[in-house]
Design a protein around this ligand. Structure first.
Ligand SMILES: Nc1nc2c(ncn2[C@@H]2O[C@H](COP(=O)(O)OP(=O)(O)O)[C@@H](O)[C@H]2O)c(=O)[nH]1
Ligand SMILES: [Mg+2]
Ligand SMILES: [Zn+2]
Length: 475
């Protein structure tokens, strides 16, 4: 009789090394528990987690900013602990295998005191693995875009009200992060809450690699239930270029797909300066150029923080405006080129690309965009009750967006042909304009009115759909 194997091997979503479920460590939360055994007390005392510290330091986070004082146990510490517990006649610490999830949990008991953890750590980088990590497949998505293209706001908007935008009657999404007390996860949840309740946009993030957001997606179709984990990485464009090839982890290569955000400020909309068909147009366009100023400020802020130049002038297209003032326009193609270089031409054929116009609310009043037949479909806010998205409207939008990209952004063909699958989107994380305000909490960006996202979930759900189709889960 053949015994079914309990060993599962997966790719760590942080360091991307292959890890096996029987080598994981655990993050412990002793909550002040005290033991008689000195060996156990030694284990529950916080210490500097060097593997964790070295990983984040190598990823560009300064040592003093890594919260590396942790209580954790790995296979080696556990072996030593059990030697001492045996010697002193105590009950041993055990790793319990869960046949449903293929994961392990840690358990040790001394009299009435128990210490338990199911927060698994990567044996190499000691980062927390998401729930059901060894049970379900994982789709890794890189959120790419130049500075101020709206990546962090996009993620916050998705996370509002427990991923409300992604929920359907037959599709549910939940946070699958392994550690509910992780400081980055809590920061992102607070950002989403502040955005939803008060319209406050998150502060611009600096250019270090950050932990991904983990989702567990459950899809029900004709009596069948499918599960998937998704990891979404918020990564600045300059990080993609830096990590390409050597150094850091070259993490771009490991993504299954990309959501590439294009800021309307990167589109060629200057034409409308002359033809002002709509009274509001001038105001909107000047807002777009303001965005590019905002971009510069945020770049400046980041270079000061990091004590060096974030990116070179080559990344900008310097234009001279009528008012004899220089404005900087970031080229939208740069990000796609960075991904191409990082991944390698031949590997692009294994990746998904969701090329996405962000902040689409800014285009809603532009005659230049309204001039495209059917363009009102781009600003449709209704989302379906069942399924991923309204596919009829999705196909119609492809045609409109193809024209808009070719005329206002760049020629698509060369850029998208090499991907396994690609699709065009126009979304708005906010669905309304923003303004700079100053109050007792300091300077911040706030929405004008209530946040009303425009199909912000579509690029992700499209990728999830393609991933499931490829596995033959959907007809
Ligand atoms: N009108 C509008 N502005 C947005 C939207 N999303 C982001 N923004 C603006 O763009 C700024 C930069 O966004 P952020 O997410 O920090 O950019 P990141 O550098 O790519 O992470 C924000 O402060 C907002 O003012 C949107 O959906 N609509
Ligand atoms: Mg950001
Ligand atoms: Zn790892």
């Amino acid at each position: 009789m053949q015994e079914t194997s309990t060993v599962k091997i997966k790719k760590c979503p942080y360091c991307f090394r292959k890890i096996s479920n029987d080598e994981v460590g655990f993050l412990l939360r002793p909550d002040g528990a005290r033991f008689l055994s000195p060996a156990l007390n030694e284990v529950v005392a916080p210490k500097t987690d060097l593997s964790y510290l070295y990983f984040w330091n190598a990823m560009g986070v300064p040592e003093e900013q890594v919260d590396a004082s942790r209580v954790y146990i790995d296979n080696q510490i556990m072996t030593e602990l059990n030697q001492e517990l045996t010697a002193s006649g105590h009950e041993l610490a055990v790793k319990h295998f869960d046949p449903d999830s293929f994961g392990y949990s840690f358990h040790v008991e001394e009299g009435a005191v128990t210490l338990y953890s199911n927060t698994m750590l990567c044996p190499y980088c000691h980062n927390e693995l998401p729930q059901n990590f060894f049970r379900y497949d994982m789709l890794m998505i890189g959120l790419a875009g130049s500075v101020a293209s709206g990546k962090t706001v996009y993620l916050s908007s998705l996370m509002m009200n427990s991923f409300d935008a992604m929920q359907r009657e037959n599709l549910t999404v939940r946070n699958a992060g392994g550690n509910p007390n992780d400081s980055y996860r809590m920061e992102m949840e607070r950002n989403a809450e502040r955005l939803l309740r008060r319209g406050i946009c998150p502060e611009s993030t600096n250019k270090t690699f950050r932990k991904p957001i983990f989702l567990e997606i459950t899809y029900r179709v004709s009596e069948q239930v499918f599960h998937l984990l998704t990891a979404i990485y918020d990564v600045a464009g300059e990080l993609i270029r830096e990590s390409a090839g050597v150094g850091r982890t070259g993490f771009v290569r490991h993504m299954d797909g990309y959501i590439c955000l294009v800021d309307p400020a990167q589109m060629h909309l200057e034409h409308s300066f002359i033809t002002k068909q709509i009274p509001d147009e001038e105001r909107v366009l000047s807002k777009l150029h303001l965005m590019t100023k905002e971009e510069q400020i945020s770049i400046q802020r980041m270079s000061n923080q990091n004590g060096k130049q974030v990116m070179s002038q080559d990344d900008f297209l310097v234009e001279r405006t009528v008012s004899d003032e220089y404005i900087y326009e970031r080229k939208a193609e740069t990000i796609l080129e960075a991904i191409r270089t990082g991944v390698g031409d031949h590997e692009l054929g294994k990746k998904y690309m969701a090329l996405t116009i962000a902040k689409s609310d800014l285009l809603e009043e532009l005659g230049e965009i309204r001039g495209f037949r059917g363009s009102s479909l781009l600003f449709e806010r209704t989302r379906p009750v069942y399924g991923f998205m309204n596919m009829d409207h999705h196909f119609l939008r492809q045609e409109i967006l193809k024209q808009i990209f070719d005329q206002k952004v760049f020629r698509l063909q060369r850029n998208l042909d090499d991907y396994k699958q690609s699709s065009l989107f126009a979304v708005s994380a906010l669905g309304c304009e923003t303004e700079e305000v100053r109050d007792e909490e300091g300077e911040m960006t706030k929405t004008v009115g209530k946040v009303r996202p425009i199909r912000v979930e579509e690029p992700i759900l499209w990728m999830v759909m393609k991933y499931m189709q490829e596995r033959g889960w959907l007809e």
